[in-house]
Design a protein around this ligand. Structure first.
Ligand SMILES: Cc1cc2nc3c(=O)[nH]c(=O)nc-3n(C[C@H](O)[C@H](O)[C@H](O)COP(=O)(O)O)c2cc1C
Ligand code: SF4
Length: 480
């Protein structure tokens, strides 16, 4: 039986659970921080001694935790890449921008359990010798920023933040920084530019990998809200135990934002890879199925940047047999386990964990026009293929939905998207705006052609009618 596994969301939405520190402390809050701060140097059999910070980082590495912000990059590996020899300060930024359409998980933590996030940030900062951290929060989350400010003041008053935390000599300050509502501020290097007070133009990698040249050209860790919360649970239960949750290489739990034409849209925390798309969409514990009288048309499995799956599509993905051998299985997309690797092997991505379900009432030309409006508006404009291409695609689709479609539009959209995708741009936004076009147009091409054919026929008739009208006007009016 598929079911939720509430680790990060354990207390969220429980009756009587409030975002203040007293409530958090009553539920065992900040005990994991105490445990982390109490770690002693650990001698190893080979004579080396592991510092408490190295032990914490080892646990995170052992846990197999992959970032929940979109790319699914290993958290332990990211932390191991931080330049610790530069003698510059190391910063940590919590990415709370959450702007990917379809994603609404981080805000649940921020609004309903802010101290869990702070505890995760403080432990992560301690593990990485960070003394100054920022929470970069999406501009629209005005209330969320206030809740975090309040939580920071409470944590300071209780000695969990600020100078000499819990008498250990460790100092840490956390500041909340509000964005101004631009999607590109969620891209980690755009975010860093914005935090420095500049336009959020993403930086070129290499050389600007945040772990080496991040905020103020210093080593910087950028992690998503959910990732940092997971760190708290990893330290609580140990990396090895955490890695038993989920599936190999896709460990732990993740929060799925489920929206669109399902009966029970919402956020659900599940073990990674232990439930399929079918479970998430149709099981009464999750989406509860489609609206009555409708059939499934498409699934966007990881926010609007992800390539769409068409209902009934069959994909080949690697599978492991019970004796551990790797083989391939051909599956209906609904039977894909929802994890990073399988969704990627099937040609899309699970991204920020946002699943958008579309039933047969969805007009795919309108769906794509809506997505492209978003990307054309949000491109930062640095790279020509992205700036021009996103706008051209948007203009073509606007024209199509306003009755001006042409049969060549579908191929034209594919051509433009093809010229943006494939690493031609400074940041991943370029691919993100091309993928929905490439997948939706190729998988639903008949809808684009049908709309354009009808529009061309209408225009053809109008031309004939107006030419006839002009001819009539030129003829002498009969006396009758
Ligand atoms: C256009 C774009 C927008 C992004 N928006 C977000 C966002 O809102 N929140 C987020 O955590 N990561 C976002 N990311 C991913 C970040 O660049 C970065 O990979 C992430 O914050 C790292 O955290 P993680 O390793 O914990 O996932 C975005 C990436 C791109 C390319
Ligand atoms: S790909 Fe687009 S959003 Fe990213 S830097 Fe280039 S123009 Fe800006």
């Amino acid at each position: 039986m598929p079911s939720e596994y509430r680790l990060i969301l354990k207390h969220v939405d429980q009756p009587g659970y409030t975002p203040d520190i007293e409530c958090y402390l009553r539920h065992g809050g900040y005990e994991v921080l105490r445990k982390a701060l109490a770690l002693k140097p650990k001698p190893l059999p080979d004579g080396r001694v592991l510092s408490p910070q190295e032990q914490l980082r080892d646990e995170v590495m052992r846990s197999g935790l992959r970032g929940r912000g979109g790319a699914g990059f290993s958290c332990g590996l990211k932390w191991s890449l931080v330049d610790r020899k530069s003698r510059k300060p190391i910063y940590l930024i919590c990415n709370a921008d959450e702007s990917e359409p379809g994603t609404f998980k981080d805000r649940q933590i921020i609004y309903k359990d802010p101290h869990q996030l702070l505890e995760g940030i403080i432990i992560s900062c301690y593990a990485n010798d960070v003394h100054l951290a920022y929470i970069y929060i999406r501009g629209e989350f005005v209330e969320g920023a206030k809740i975090l400010e309040r939580a920071i003041a409470e944590a300071k008053a209780h000695g969990f933040l600020g100078k000499n935390i819990l008498g250990t000599g460790y100092d840490l300050e956390i500041y909340v920084h509000r964005g101004a509502g631009a999607y590109i501020c969620g891209e980690e290097t755009g975010l860093i530019e914005s935090l420095e007070g500049k336009r959020p133009y993403p930086r070129i990698k290499p050389p600007y990998y945040p772990a080496v040249l991040g905020l103020y050209q210093c080593p910087t860790i950028v992690n998503n809200v959910e990732t940092l919360c997971a760190v708290k649970h990893i330290i609580a239960m140990g990396g090895t135990e955490y890695a038993k949750l989920g599936t190999p290489n896709n460990t732990g739990t993740r929060i799925v934002s489920l929206s669109g034409h399902v009966k029970r849209p919402g956020y659900y925390e599940v073990e990674v890879g232990k439930v399929t798309l079918r479970d998430l969409i149709f099981d009464p514990v999750f989406g509860g199925g489609l609206r009555d009288g409708h059939t499934l048309k498409a699934i966007i499995p990881g926010g609007v940047s992800a390539k769409v799956f068409k209902a009934g599509e069959r994909v080949k993905v690697p599978r492991r047999t019970p004796d551990g051998k790797e083989t391939f299985a051909e599956l209906d997309v609904l039977d894909l386990p929802y994890d990073f690797d399988t969704i990627a092997a099937a040609g899309s991505m699970s991204g920020s964990g946002a699943i958008i379900v579309l039933d047969d009432s969805a007009d795919m030309v309108e769906v794509l026009a809506n997505i492209c409006e978003f990307f054309a508006h949000e491109s930062c404009g640095q790279c020509t293929p992205c700036r021009e291409g996103a706008l051209w695609m948007c203009k073509i689709l606007r024209r199509m939905i306003n009755g001006g479609g042409r049969k060549i539009d579908a191929d034209e959209l594919l051509r433009i998207a093809d010229n943006i995708a494939g690493g031609r741009t400074i940041c991943a936004f370029g691919d993100a705006c091309a993928w929905p076009v490439l997948s939706i147009v190729s998988k639903f091409k008949d809808e684009f052609i049908a709309r354009a054919t009808a529009a061309e026929a209408r225009r053809g008739k109008q031309t004939v009618d107006s030419e006839r009208g002009a001819q009539c006007a030129a003829e002498p009016v009969s006396a009758n």
